[in-house]
Design a protein around this ligand. Structure first.
Ligand code: MN
Ligand code: MN
Length: 459
């Protein structure tokens, strides 16, 4: 069903299933505050469904369930299909990195008995949204001997949290007269970390006290921050939103809402005619670069490994697999916000509650940088959506001249695949807490199942 509110078709029984699915999603994002934690939880869920690490296979046969990980920050889950992979596979690709603050390599400094941690923001954050709110630290520290130290502070009961202090309005006349993007500047996003100085005849200060706590609790030295990845994220769990509990308020919907629904779709769809794949990727928010981003050779490498394990690898067959594959670039859309109507073109906006959103193209100001999906492929998808009673809509990201954005779609498009953007519409995108409609989460999951089971070669 195109452009209709999806809530209307739910009865008591299907509504209970929808709510239960969203409870699973809330658990996933409450735990998955970083790409590493998303991969960790995805492995746990996939293993419960009988998926095994690729390392445990000598060969792969139709129906085998296999996952592959990359540096702890990407995961791909596959179910091997009946058709050979050179006929293309059905892929759901989503990103599991979200905008946040990263701790710098030399972060710690002391000022007036406080210590602070210096950060470098990651992705398109709105800086003033990150002050005066509880924050947690998640990540890893590697010591010189290779020992891994897990950092997880601020999301467990009784944990301390962290904060970036803000100026009281009584003294903020000058600050508050600045434009929004200057009210808080990047170098002002320093985390309040401690306030008790070490009291040995006042010879040593707050920094030494903190170093002692880091040594006692984590067994790390300050130089160990050099080989660390520690992310500053909003503390706390995802919550039901609204008097009717119809929405979820949480951190990282972009794009963990599409990652979770894509993963669960491949897990629940089971064996299909073509091999199915959920590809959860890092670094989308900063351009999909590096070894763990969508532009990495990793995905092609693992397709080659998979084809090899099915006994059907050659360079030519790999090229054919890439060029015949069908993919939904599962990423979020800007939902129509009644408080900011002016930036949307109402006929081509995404509405919370109207189901999964397809974006033929993204890009900015004249489609610049977009993957303009093949209309023949879109026609096939419309047919699949209607045959499976899925609510879907089509949208652009705001008015033509207002702005724009991109996803991973063009990257796989560059590999000659059939790709279209498809995901959940959200409000307050990139804010520390974003909004999704539960019915859209569930419709996306159902749409992804229908896609991986039914998408086929585009003639
Ligand atoms: Mn995104
Ligand atoms: Mn984003």
């Amino acid at each position: 069903m195109y452009n209709e509110n999806a809530w209307k078709k739910y009865d008591d029984k299907s509504l209970a299933e929808l709510m239960k699915f969203n409870d699973g999603y809330k658990d996933f994002i409450s735990y998955g505050k970083t790409e590493r934690l998303c991969v960790k939880r995805a492995i746990e869920i996939a293993e419960k469904y009988g998926f095994k690490d690729i390392k445990s296979f000598n060969q792969l046969n139709p129906g085998d369930k296999v996952y592959v990980t990359n540096r702890g920050k990407n995961i791909c889950a596959f179910v091997i299909g009946d058709e050979p992979m050179e006929k293309g596979i059905n892929i759901l690709g989503a990103h599991i990195d979200s905008p946040r603050l990263d701790i710098k390599q030399n972060p710690l400094y002391e000022s007036n008995d406080f210590t602070l941690l210096d950060t470098h923001y990651y992705g398109g954050i709105v800086k003033y949204q990150w002050v005066a709110r509880p924050l947690a630290l998640h990540g890893v520290i590697y010591k010189k001997d290779g020992t891994e130290v897990i950092v997880n502070i601020g999301d467990n009961e009784n944990d301390p949290v962290f904060v970036i202090s803000d100026l009281l309005p009584h003294l903020a006349a000058e600050k508050n007269s600045k434009p929004g993007n200057k009210v808080i500047e990047g170098e002002g996003l320093d985390l309040t970390f401690s306030s008790i100085p070490l009291n040995e005849e006042d010879k040593k200060g707050a920094k030494e006290k903190v170093l002692k706590i880091l040594k006692d609790t984590l067994n790390v030295e300050v130089d160990d921050f050099v080989s660390a990845e520690i992310e500053v994220v909003p503390a706390g769990k995802a919550l039901d939103l609204g008097i009717d509990r119809s929405m979820v308020l949480g951190y990282g919907h972009d794009d963990r809402v599409c990652a979770y629904t894509s993963l669960m779709a491949v897990l629940d769809a089971g064996k299909a005619k073509y091999t199915t794949c959920a590809f959860l990727v890092d670094k989308e928010e900063i351009g999909s670069v590096g070894a763990t981003g969508a532009q990495s050779a990793w995905f092609e490498n693992i397709l080659a490994e998979l084809m090899n394990l099915t006994g059907d690898y050659s360079e030519l067959k790999l090229r054919r697999c890439l060029s015949k594959s069908r993919m939904l670039s599962s990423d979020v859309s800007a939902g129509y916000d009644p408080l900011y109507k002016g930036v949307f073109e109402e006929k081509n906006a995404a509405y919370c509650g109207n189901g999964i959103v397809f974006n033929k193209y993204t890009g900015a100001r004249g489609k610049s940088g977009c993957n303009d999906a093949d209309p023949k492929f879109i026609a096939q998808i419309r047919n699949i959506m209607d045959n499976n009673n899925i609510n879907y809509q089509t949208a652009e990201l705001g008015k033509v001249d207002v702005g724009g954005g991109g996803t991973i779609a063009y990257i796989l498009g560059n590999k000659d695949m059939y790709v279209v953007d498809a995901g959940v519409s959200i409000l307050s995108m990139h804010a520390p807490c974003e909004i999704v409609s539960k019915v859209d989460v569930y419709e996306a999951y159902k749409a992804y199942i229908a896609f991986v089971k039914n998408a086929h070669e585009v003639e």
